[in-house]
Design a protein around this ligand. Sequence first.
Ligand SMILES: Nc1ncnc2c1ncn2[C@@H]1O[C@H](COP(=O)(O)OP(=O)(O)OP(=O)(O)O)[C@@H](O)[C@H]1O
Length: 362
Amino acid sequence: MRLDSLSTLNYRNLAPCTLRFPAGVTGVFGENGAGKTNLLEAAFLALTGQTDVTRLEQLVQSGETEAYVRADLESGGSLSVQEVGLGRGRRQLKQDGVRVRTGDLPRGSAVWIRPEDSELVFGPPAGRRGYLDSLLSRLSARYAEHLARYDRTVSQRNAALRGGEEWAMHVWDDALVRLGTEIMTVRRRALVRLNELAAEANTALGSHKPLTLTLQESTTPETYAADLAARRGEELSRGSTVTGPHRDDLALTLGGLAAGEYASRGEGRTVALALRRAELELLAERYGERPVLLIDDFSAELDPGRRAFLLDLAASVPQAIVTGTERAPGAALTMRAHAGRFTPEQATPEHAPVPERAEVTR
Ligand SMILES: Nc1ncnc2c1ncn2[C@@H]1O[C@H](COP(=O)(O)OP(=O)(O)OP(=O)(O)O)[C@@H](O)[C@H]1O
């Protein structure tokens, strides 16, 4: 997958622009608040149709009502255009001019690595569950469909519990057990490979403490129906579903200890990096093509060895965009970010030459 160019209009603090990206690494450097993260966020949105921002108006430049991002892509020799229009609570996606849903866009197109990934390790289970669910949804449309239906069922069942509708529970329980069992089964199966890849990446990152991923499940496919029945009284009094894959955790153990409780900040960031590299490898295995890699703040919280790993990772994919407050070494193109604008630097003897096709237009 290659991002040929990215265009934005009224996106956060970015000046309207079309940036062309060469193959290899593009380094973007600049002071705090220049717009580096916003650029990667816009690229991820245009590539995948996805954002984790819940209030979409935050993405629209203050004072404006609508924003737009567009990615011109090349994949397996064919070109395509993906566009995202944003307004208050509204996101419209188009692929080659035709309206589509997020699930219709290529699922393995980008991986975004950022300092906030440490929250996967130190934050609550919801973040780790979100990582797993988002990855599995990108690997399997069927998983995404089951998960969406399961989440809807939990919401509807919670409403029925709050309304004291005990008589309706067997209907909701049947649906919950059927969909929940599918989710648990896929998670268990995928975890085998994910665990291998994350452990490998952790070792490659220079960690001497082995990393292990395990599912902490609140129930099992075999006992789900019985567990729901056993906790019916508690659920009716709390008005919520307390058993099922929506309550599970992806436990991360480093050197035999729970990473969230015992790891140092740098070790936590390393574990998060291992999870992201495992994500990249799984997507590449599934789709036969390496995603565009977006790395935000490559030096944050990392020692020189781990920083080098990240830069090697960037160099190992067909295309990566790497931001930082300093220049990423060995980039094919380097751009300086300032006040939402991105200016390519002239090649100097210390920096790799800028390929001819790299250009910026405004
Ligand atoms: N909707 C918006 N409208 C206008 N400006 C915005 C909007 N959302 C965020 N910004 C501004 O965008 C600026 C750049 O943010 P960004 O996170 O991209 O900076 P950065 O270059 O990654 O900085 P750092 O090195 O500190 O991580 C911030 O000053 C922020 O206030």
